[in-house]
Design a protein around this ligand. Structure first.
Ligand code: HPA
Length: 273
């Protein structure tokens, strides 16, 4: 079965049980709580959605919730799968394709990331302005289906600068500071070595993580503007002390109230923008 037909099959199932979303959101490690704040919600576990990959990692519970926030409808993925679980980039990005196919006007992609820029500390919010795909994978590998998008999509404006400014405005309104930076994607699941982090710094990366880029590439392929948001959950290897998934989850927990306020304020603005 072609990817296009799979995407359409899954989108049709969601359309039958939920209203059309204005915006799509993918929540990163430990950030899934936002999905619980939606009202009038229709929820789907990933296991009931055809072709959706399912995750086993603690903190990555798989649920799609379509519901209301501030007068708009959001389709929110709480949890995502990663390449290191054995999925190819196209499979990792499949849910993002479904959100785009549902007709969202914009996609907000969030993640937990290690901080490389010396100014960052655990808890820093970073708007992603661009990325370095160092995963050695691309979700568009293989034959192209022109119904989804062009063979050679332009990524020059993959992170929509205008909508990014709207995110910064939302943060300012609620008194949160937010940085900007370049996100580098390595495949994981081991964290980076200090030498790799020095390399990434030399290459211009400000944060590092194991996700997001596959979803951003398919959104660009389908012509959907993206806003990227990293929560710096820890200092990257060699920048701080040793690191652990526990620390990632603890920081996400600590920053959760701020993030919930930010998303609640920001998403309705995406529709007005
Ligand atoms: N490296 C890679 N991925 C991550 C990190 C990190 O330091 N923190 C959270 N996700």
């Amino acid at each position: 079965m072609l990817t296009f037909d799979q995407v359409e099959e899954t989108a049709a199932l969601i359309r039958a049980r939920a209203p059309a979303p204005d915006v799509g959101v993918i929540l990163g490690s430990g950030l899934g709580a936002f999905a619980d704040t939606l009202t009038n919600a229709a929820a789907f576990s990933y296991s009931e959605l055809p072709h959706f990959p399912t995750s086993s990692v603690v903190g990555h519970a798989g649920r799609l919730v379509v519901g209301r926030v501030g007068g708009i409808t959001a389709a929110v993925m709480a949890g995502r799968v990663h390449g290191y679980e054995g999925y190819g980039a196209a499979q990792v990005a499949f849910p993002a394709r479904v959100l785009c196919r549902l007709g969202v006007r914009a996609l907000l992609v969030t993640n937990a990331a290690g901080g490389i820029h010396p100014r960052f500390s655990a808890g820093t919010l970073m708007r992603i302005t661009d990325h370095l795909n160092l995963s050695a994978q691309n979700p568009l590998s293989g034959s192209n289906d022109d119904r989804l998008g062009p063979r050679f999509p332009d990524l020059s404006h993959a992170y929509d600068p205008r909508l990014g400014t709207v995110l910064e405005k939302a943060a300012e309104t609620i008194g949160l500071s937010i940085d900007r930076g370049i996100y580098a994607h390595l495949s994981g699941p081991s964290y980076e070595t200090p030498a790799e982090i020095r390399m990434l710094r030399t290459l211009g990366a400000d944060a590092v993580g194991m996700s997001t880029i596959p979803e951003v590439i398919v959104a660009a392929h389908m012509g959907v503007p993206v806003v990227g948001l990293s929560l710096i959950t820890n200092l990257a290897a060699g920048v701080g002390a040793s690191l652990s998934h526990q620390e990632v989850l603890e920081t996400a927990e600590r920053v959760r109230p701020d993030l919930l306020r930010l998303l609640t304020n920001f998403l309705p603005r995406l529709v007005q923008a």
